[in-house]
Design a binder for this molecule. Structure first.
Ligand code: ZN
Length: 390
């Protein structure tokens, strides 16, 4: 990877992902090339009335793909005659060709923690596409989603020796792919751009588990809870008053495991930490990424993507801007509860992500065949494919 992406003193870029720093919102944003308010995929789980729809279960994949149908990079490129391929078991969207999402062997391999077999299979398919076809006939866009680094980091911790070993395995597996791509590039058979990035980072190693879900359930069993591991999304029963919600948030924030609560009310959302509270107001506006601007603590309105300086670093990097999309996403929860870094709300994980910390939000971005124009700006994941076909 180092040789392929970083030779000739090229640099590794840093990009940033969505809040929540979870696979389904992040990859939806990447593929739709928009922040998460455009799709309603605001978590790995969403609600459908009283039901919870979890995109991690294969039965919900058709619905996931329906939610981004005809507004994703595959459909955009398809319209200008490009051939596209998705090597991702979850996201097929409008790809001309895709791996079989009901691949039983891949599902079993994940259950049995044979993650490398899954990734190896995907890389093998990629190799076949590239080596069995003349570069002239290659697809114009191939999307590959490898899963093993994520699973291994959950099981054994993101800083574990097993994760580093896994990366070395991937590296050697990818070497022959990079060789084929370099050959085509040297022989000027095609213009080739290769990107390698991640849908999210990981929180620091998990040091404790906290059953916040039980605490919330104890308050009122009518509260709908989306437990995403590093935060809870809540939907209050319709009979809860605004005062009751406020008192509940105050009570939650007394817990030593808590870091931040955020909630939407009318055209505002509020962020509450142990030491400070912030009010953000939505203002209708035409922004590059949204149809709203935000006014933070009654200051003059700004488009979320332009929020700069200290406001953009308040609580966590890009937190206010990311939350402004979150609380505009169709069907969004009423409130989210975030525990301190290092605390997991699901039992049995050494690594977790989904939260707003810089470890979870910032992602590496390696590029060959293209460069970032403006090094002062940290690009969002939903921007990185926009150059394609333009
Ligand atoms: Zn994960």
């Amino acid at each position: 990877m180092r040789q392929y992406f970083l030779e000739d003193s090229r640099q590794m870029y840093i990009a940033r992902t969505t809040f929540p720093s979870l696979t389904y919102p992040a990859i939806s944003a990447l593929l739709t090339e928009k922040p998460i308010d455009h799709t309603g995929i605001f978590g790995n789980q969403i609600t459908d009335g009283a039901r919870i729809v979890n995109f991690e279960s294969p039965g919900n994949r058709p619905r996931l793909n329906d939610m981004i149908k005809d507004r994703n990079i595959f459909s955009r490129l398809g319209q200008i005659g490009f051939k596209t391929v998705s090597l991702d078991y979850a996201f097929q969207a409008n790809a001309s060709k895709a791996v079989n999402s009901t691949d039983i062997q891949a599902a079993l391999d994940i259950l049995n923690k044979h993650y490398f077999s899954v990734d190896q299979g995907l890389i093998q398919t990629l190799k076949s596409i590239l080596s069995e076809n003349d570069p002239k006939n290659w697809p114009d866009f191939i999307f590959v989603h490898l899963v093993g680094v994520d699973f291994t980091s959950h099981d054994l911790g993101p800083n574990s020796k097993e994760v580093k070993e896994y990366l070395r395995l991937l590296d050697s597996e990818l070497a022959s792919v990079f060789r084929v791509l370099t050959d085509a590039e040297v022989q000027k058979q095609r213009q080739i751009v290769t990107l390698l990035t991640a849908d999210h980072g990981f929180d620091q190693d998990i040091s404790s588990y906290f059953n916040l879900q039980e605490f919330v359930r104890h308050e009122d069993r009518g509260i709908q809870i989306l437990n995403e591991g590093r935060y809870l999304g809540l939907k209050y029963p319709s009979y809860w008053s605004s005062e009751q919600k406020g008192a509940f948030i105050n009570k939650i924030m007394q817990l030593s495991e808590m870091d931040i609560a955020a909630y939407r009310e009318d055209e505002n959302f509020f962020i509450q930490s142990k030491i400070q509270g912030t009010k953000v107001r939505y203002i209708p506006a035409t922004c590059a990424e949204s149809s709203f601007a935000i006014s933070v603590m009654s200051q003059s309105p700004t488009c979320p993507e332009n929020l700069g300086g200290s406001l953009n670093q308040l609580f966590y990097p890009f937190f206010i801007s990311n939350l402004s999309y979150y609380f505009q996403s169709p069907g969004h929860p009423d409130a989210i509860l975030l525990p301190r870094p290092g605390v997991s709300l699901k039992r049995g994980y050494k690594g977790q992500h989904g939260g707003p910390t810089s470890n979870e939000i910032y992602i590496p971005l390696l590029m060959r065949g293209s460069r970032l124009e403006n090094l002062q700006r940290i690009p969002a994941l939903w921007e990185v494919l926009r150059f394609m076909g333009r």
